[in-house]
Design a protein around this ligand. Structure first.
Ligand SMILES: [Fe+2]
Length: 546
């Protein structure tokens, strides 16, 4: 293993700027680039089928722009280009993150019948006010046409999470400019706004969230990804979600290693669940935190009927609702019990709270075998910053590890750092050196735990002052209250120690494999041979190749 540096990377920020990079609320908004000018774009939908029309909504300080579209797979394939198109500056409502930008349609084109399913990156270029070029990026998905797809994998992009973290316009499900003091996160977010900077494309040296630092004793945590974002003008959340940081690495790996792979958004899962029927294997990757009830119904029914679901992802946390034909995502989160109308009438099982809230009664483990509140943070901040970087393996004889040469007690993917930054787990016990889910864990029947690492839901250190903590015990208190009714110290103690697992279980006529870590894709990005082999073992078995 290569030696890790024992200092944080530095991007030239002052201590005050470093603090602002982590604590501050900064975001993209129309007018942000002032004197140099701007061009922004969003689409009417996240995804289209071949033959359908893409409508782009564009606002630009320049009267002319050009557009360039590539399919982003094993190779970049140019599919469309046009110059000399006209645009104008369009007014944007203050609460555009919530309501949508409401810009007039600017440009339309038809998806060619020969455009294969995948992610398509749109680059818009124009001349800035100072004569320098200006650019922005957009991304849309071409989803597959219905029908039987033998031998093909369907990847479902974590678009609910992209939407939740999108900083464009000032509000997302984390921070925001809503409420009387313009300081609250948004409980509703619109698809009708551009993606924030770094969700579509990123330079190769953009830091990931987990630390690549051998942290010296008593070190105040630093957050290289947020410092880099602040220093380079990228979104504060570029490393938390998006095609560029997560989903793209799985898709490119699959094509690079010879798999036939299609891509859909979670909107297909919600509105057109029959899309799964054509496939023997469906995969979910990266940071995959926000799902609707209907999306889970789609996966549960698919597996029950004999489908195979492989999740290489972490943080199966929140129920959302989609409104306005999918243009608005609702998630009240921490404020759900106080504010979500689902608690006053309708149907409390659809409340936009943690899946593990007892009133919802549908823990994530019922679909994917693991729960978010039993997992959570590893490898950053004050949450196991010196913890395991790979999955500690307990059942090396399992078919998923065939051909890796891995042994009991080894770490899978430590070099490529696949374990973190949010993981999913289960309450478990060790008997005879092997992990088993406890009777009350919510594990489905027949679930086998293949690997388990530690994780933490709170930052706890006698050596680090509270004002230097970022993650604090807030999430832990919320989980304590959600699961046990009160955010007391005693309840916090029950939830603060988490874990991250790889599990496998049968369901109906089908099967589920779940490596519960956001960073699994880092192993594919960094071409870690063992991580690639495990991924292939899963895909090959589920495609009936082995
Ligand atoms: Fe998350």
């Amino acid at each position: 293993m290569t030696q890790l540096p024992n200092e944080f990377p530095d991007f030239g920020l002052t201590p005050e700027q470093r603090r602002e990079a982590v604590r501050g609320h900064y975001y993209e908004w129309p007018g942000i680039d002032g004197s140099s000018g701007e061009i922004w774009c969003y689409g009417d939908r996240f995804s289209y089928r071949p033959g359908e029309t893409v409508v782009l909504h564009i606002s630009s300080t320049a009267p002319r722009f050009s557009i360039h579209i590539v399919r982003d797979g094993r190779v970049e394939t140019k599919v469309f280009e046009k110059t000399g198109l006209s645009a104008r500056w369009q007014d944007t409502p203050d609460q555009c993150s919530v309501e949508g930008c409401g810009w007039e349609a600017s440009f339309e084109f038809r998806i060619g019948d020969d455009w294969s399913s995948g992610a398509y990156r749109v680059t818009l270029s124009a001349e800035g006010r100072d004569g320098q070029p200006i650019q922005s990026h957009h991304l849309f998905i071409v989803a597959p046409l219905p029908g039987r797809k033998p031998g093909r994998v369907l990847q479902v992009a974590a678009t609910g999470t992209w939407l939740a973290y999108n900083t464009w316009g000032g509000s997302n499900h984390y921070q925001g400019i809503t409420g009387p003091n313009r300081d609250q996160y948004a409980t509703m977010v619109s698809t009708q706004r551009p993606w924030c900077r770094g969700f579509v494309v990123l330079p190769k040296d953009a830091p990931r969230v987990p630390l690549e630092v051998a942290v010296p004793p008593k070190t105040v945590p630093r957050y290289p990804h947020m410092e880099w974002a602040f220093a380079t003008g990228h979104s504060k959340k570029y490393a938390s979600s998006g095609w560029a940081s997560y989903d793209s690495h799985f898709f490119r790996f699959a094509e690079r290693t010879g798999y036939q792979i299609d891509l859909a958004s979670q909107h297909e899962l919600h509105f057109s669940p029959e899309i799964l029927d054509g496939y023997d294997c469906v995969v979910f990757v990266g940071h995959d935190e926000y799902w609707t009830w209907e999306m889970r119904d789609a996966v549960d029914a698919y597996v029950e009927r004999g489908g195979h679901a492989a999740r290489f992802a972490g943080n199966f946390m929140w129920q959302t609702r989609l409104e306005d034909e999918g243009r608005r995502q609702v998630c009240y989160k921490y404020r759900a019990r106080a504010e979500d109308p689902a608690y006053r009438g309708d149907d409390v099982t659809r409340a936009t709270n943690s899946w593990e809230a007892p009133e919802i009664g549908r823990p994530g483990s019922a679909t994917f075998g693991l729960n978010a509140t039993r997992g959570v943070y590893a490898g950053w901040g004050g949450c196991a910053p010196r913890g395991v970087r790979g999955f500690p393996v307990y059942r090396p004889e399992h078919w998923a590890f065939a051909g890796t040469g891995i042994y009991y007690g080894d770490l899978l993917g430590a070099d490529s750092h696949v374990y973190g930054y949010e993981v999913d787990g289960l309450d478990f016990e060790i008997r005879g050196g092997l992990p088993y889910p406890t009777a009350t864990s919510g594990a489905p029947d027949g679930l086998q735990v293949l690997a388990v690492g530690m994780a933490s839901q709170v930052e706890e250190s006698a050596d680090i002052p509270i004002e230097d903590q970022f993650l604090t015990d807030e999430d832990g208190r919320f989980t304590a209250e959600t699961l046990f009714g009160e955010a007391s110290d005693a309840n916090l103690d029950k939830v603060k120690r988490g874990n991250g697992m790889i599990v496998n279980f049968p369901r109906g006529k089908g099967e589920v494999f779940h490596a519960g870590s956001c960073e699994w894709v880092a192993g594919l990005l960094r071409q870690d041979a063992m991580v690639e082999r495990v991924t292939k073992n899963v895909l090959d078995r589920y495609l009936g190749k082995s």
